[in-house]
Write a protein of this length. Structure first.
Length: 361
């Protein structure tokens, strides 16, 4: 199915666009166009269009508004040294979106259609792709149930949309280490739930704990497992990575994918990159006791958050009901800096893409 292009010229002048690109922040500014594709039971995907960015008109009884059938993705397009633009591992986002779709009883979007949509929008709004290192065009594909009705069942009609937003640092303080709150009162995801799907409900349910983290002076919440409240899972919108040992013996430890956390594409890429850089990598469960005691003994030297929006952001301070500690010396550690640079160099096309992760649009 081809996406029909119905673009209009940008409502903004080049100067106005440049002004917005000076400090885009994260998710505040949107480009000129969006993609929409409809799905109806019995007919499948149809009416793919690239149209001017604008509001949606929805019936108040639209099912997504009542029972939360919404899934989304997040990926970035990076300006390359020759001023072309390339997407980072978009095929992985297409696959994860379909895993989320299956979990939420929504229709799968053919991978080629997903890729066609991200390429068409990136090409159309290419002037919005920032050129500075560490900046990129953030693409947000998502799908909502559009059938009108209040019966609780999988809807028979859906809308897939794609919007784009030029993005700088996700955290307002850039790559400065963030502080995290270990939440024991709330749970993000339980076995058999939707933790490994990227659905709106997971984020809605996390906001009260994010509030709690802020009340303790922290930037983010760290989620623990739902059963024992002692295994570290992930953060609100990013995975976590631990550096155990230091110097030549530093090992990268990623909390294992238990089914209750999101299998991050950045996480997966860093497992490969860490191996390339000579680190031993382990995927295993890591407890809050191990974190606290390992921090005190110096065994856990660095901890960082990783994700498309957050890139790699060091964790500097940890607070919990059981106490507070500083990770390492509270500054970004050497392994964190090395991995961050290695990832950004590939994404911005200044290091060889030996794993074939970049897809030129
Ligand atoms: N965990 C959660 C809850 C997220 O929302 C994200 C962001 O997408 C991640 C982890 C990191 O995933 P990725 O690296 O694919 O962006
Ligand atoms: C991403 O990194 O793409 C995310 O979805 C994280 C957050 C903005 C929800």
């Amino acid at each position: 199915m081809a996406i029909e292009l119905k673009p209009t010229s940008s409502p903004l002048s080049a100067t106005e666009r440049q002004a917005l690109l000076v400090d885009p922040g994260f998710g505040r500014v949107f480009t000129d166009h969006m993609v929409t594709v409809r799905w109806v039971e019995g007919r499948g995907w149809h009416d793919g269009e690239l149209v001017p960015y604008g509001p949606l008109q929805l019936d108040p009884a639209t099912m997504a508004l009542h029972y939360g059938q919404e899934i989304f993705e997040g990926l970035k397009a990076y300006r390359q040294p020759d001023s072309s633009v390339a997407l980072f591992r978009p095929e992985e986002n297409a696959r994860r979106m379909n895993r989320s779709a299956r979990r939420l009883a929504m229709p799968e979007l053919p991978e080629e259609l997903f890729l066609e949509s991200v390429e068409a929008l990136t090409r159309q709004d290419v002037d919005w792709v920032p050129a500075e290192a560490g900046r990129a065009l953030y693409l947000r594909p998502f799908m909502i149930a559009t059938e009108v009705g209040l019966g609780v069942r999988p809807a028979a009609a859906y809308l897939y949309l794609l919007i784009a937003s030029p993005a700088g640092a996700y955290f307002p303080r850039g790559v400065k280490p963030v502080s995290v709150w270990l939440s024991t009162e709330y749970t993000r995801a339980a076995p058999g739930g939707t933790g490994e799907a990227k659905c709106a409900g997971n984020y809605a349910a996390s906001l009260v704990a994010q509030h709690e983290a802020a009340a303790h002076g922290c930037d983010q919440v760290v989620w623990l497992d739902a059963v024992e409240h002692r295994w570290v899972e992930e953060m609100g919108g990013m995975n976590l990575c631990f550096v155990v040992g230091s110097g030549d013996s530093a090992k990268i430890v990623m909390p294992s994918l238990t089914g209750t956390l999101l299998p991050g594409i950045t996480r997966d890429s860093l497992i490969t990159l860490a191996g390339d850089l000579g680190y031993e990598v382990e995927e295993r469960r890591i407890s809050t006791d191990e974190w606290r005691e390992g921090n005190a003994s110096g065994e856990i030297s660095e901890v960082f958050a990783c994700g498309t929006a957050a890139v790699i952001t060091p964790v500097g301070t940890v607070k919990s009901a059981a106490g507070e500690w500083t990770v390492g010396d509270g500054e970004p550690g050497p392994a964190t800096i090395r991995l961050r640079q290695a990832l950004l160099d590939i994404q911005h096309g200044v290091a060889p893409d030996k794993h074939g992760w970049m897809r030129t649009v």
